[in-house]
Write a protein that binds this ligand. Structure first.
Ligand code: NI
Length: 225
């Protein structure tokens, strides 16, 4: 399931990211990629610093306030967001993201979902589309600054070469409480339907109460911590 989450960051927050990114010293993006991915990766990455961590925290805080993101991802652990930049001629060839990432000493995270939060407006650059091959076919994604796409980390994907301007983004991975993509989809559809029904009938409606209970019982059945 591929989900677009609009307005994760406000335009002011995007501007704050861009200000820090404009003043940063960029490093080669291959430092965080595995051997296969590194061989097809050509971009710049923001090195770890107090400023980049502050931006990452701002993104995480914004995600926590997004019901759509929480409903679609059912996150258990989220990796600190990183930031990248593709200039003219830069790209990231076809790859699947590594399955396990280290968070800190002794802490590991299984990557169930990959996230790209766009930080440049589509008209600022040409090329730089994120192309995701999912079970339902190939989808090309280029979103307004502040919007995010969440997709299964099992998908082959690539970023097409930038031919003008800079494509800047934040990217990160998360481990979901629900490992299986199709089970996560069922919970997402159920949750969205309950939200709609709640607007029509209110929180006290017996059917809303019953369906909310079913949602939680399925979550209890399927959740892995
Ligand atoms: Ni990737």
């Amino acid at each position: 399931m591929l989900i677009q989450v609009p307005n994760v960051l406000t335009k002011e927050q995007v501007a704050k990211c861009r200000q820090v990114m404009d003043q940063a010293d960029w490093v080669d993006g291959r430092t965080t990629a595995g051997a296969q991915a590194a061989s097809v990766k050509k971009n710049g990455q923001l090195p770890d610093s107090p400023q980049s961590r502050e931006l990452g925290d701002m993104v995480l805080e914004a995600l926590g306030r997004s019901p759509l993101f929480v409903s679609a991802a059912v996150p258990l652990r989220v990796l600190p967001p990183m930031f990248n930049r593709y200039g003219e001629g830069q790209f990231f060839g076809a790859h699947i993201d590594g399955a396990v990432r280290h968070i800190g000493p002794g802490m590991r995270l299984r990557t169930d979902l990959s996230c790209t939060l766009f930080l440049a407006e589509p008209e600022e650059y040409d090329g730089g589309e994120l192309v995701i091959e999912d079970v339902f076919g190939t989808k090309s994604v280029k979103l307004p600054a502040g919007d995010m796409v969440v997709y299964p980390s099992t998908s082959v994907h690539h970023v097409t070469p930038v031919t003008r301007g800079y494509r800047v983004a934040s990217f990160f991975w998360l481990q979901s409480l629900i490992r299986d993509d199709s089970a996560r989809r069922i919970l997402f559809d159920l949750d969205q339907s309950i939200q709609t029904l709640t607007v029509d009938r209110g929180h006290d409606d017996p059917t809303v109460v019953k369906l909310t209970g079913i949602y939680h019982n399925l979550l209890r059945q399927w959740a892995e911590t």
